[in-house]
Write a protein that binds this ligand. Structure first.
Ligand SMILES: CSC[C@@H](O)[C@@H](O)C(=O)COP(=O)(O)O
Ligand SMILES: [Zn+2]
Length: 219
């Protein structure tokens, strides 16, 4: 089965919008980050950002369509994201996932380093946890953290192992976050909620340090 021109155009247009929105927030420093939108389940095919592009800009050569083995389904000179295998693993592990986004921010990097030993970042009682689709009273959120393996198959395997069905994201230590959702709208909401929670925790730690200093407590 081949992807229709309509599916291709629609996915690329959505990726354009997401990419520019995230770029305005400086979520793609130094060409980092990658985005994908699923086009079909059987066989698995998804549109993904080409590798190494300046993601603050739009060009006719920004995306390509790949299969579950990360091979382009059409002739192209474009190279898929170096981390395409992570997207494939997310779609294979969470059959409901329809979009998967990856960004590098200061907040997600610092949080991933601060909580690396615990292999997860835990937060509770914060309203934006609801943005992740978790609506219980005083809900507790545990975001898994994996090591930043340079070998992508090793990184993808670690992410596969760490994925929890009820938490739509995984942090990579000193690297960034992968977050997903049933569609691009939901994946965007999820990554925004994660980033808010990381930023919140970061500022809370900073305020804690400042007030400890102000009261003369050694930290
Ligand atoms: C340029 S640093 C970031 C990369 O090493 C990688 O982590 C990344 O997110 C982007 O890689 P890409 O191949 O462009 O999708
Ligand atoms: Zn990355």
């Amino acid at each position: 089965m081949t992807t229709t021109l309509e599916q291709r155009t629609a996915a690329f247009k959505k990726l354009d919008e997401i990419k520019l929105t995230f770029a305005r927030r400086d979520w793609f420093p130094g060409t980092s980050g990658n985005l994908s939108i699923k086009i079909s389940d059987v066989p698995l095919q998804f549109a993904v950002t080409a590798s190494g592009k300046d993601k603050t800009k739009l060009s006719p050569e920004d995306y390509l369509i790949v299969d579950g083995d990360c091979n382009s389904v059409e002739p192209t000179n474009l190279k898929p994201s170096a981390e395409t295998l992570v997207h494939a693993v997310v779609y294979q592990s969470i059959p409901d996932a329809g979009a998967c986004f990856h960004v590098h921010t200061i907040a997600n990097n610092v949080i991933s380093e601060v909580y690396a030993q615990k292999q997860s970042f835990t937060i509770h009682g914060q309203e934006l946890i609801k943005g992740l689709g978790i609506w219980e009273e005083n809900a507790l959120l545990n975001v898994p953290i994996v090591e930043n393996y340079a070998d992508i198959p090793t990184l993808a395997a670690a992410i596969k192992e760490a994925i929890k069905p009820d938490v739509p994201g995984v942090l990579i230590r000193n690297h960034g976050i992968y977050a997903w959702g049933r569609n691009d709208f939901e994946a965007k909401r999820h990554i925004e909620a994660f980033e808010f929670l990381f930023e919140y925790q970061l500022r809370l730690l900073q305020v804690g340090n400042l007030s400890a200093k102000a009261s003369g407590i050694a930290i």
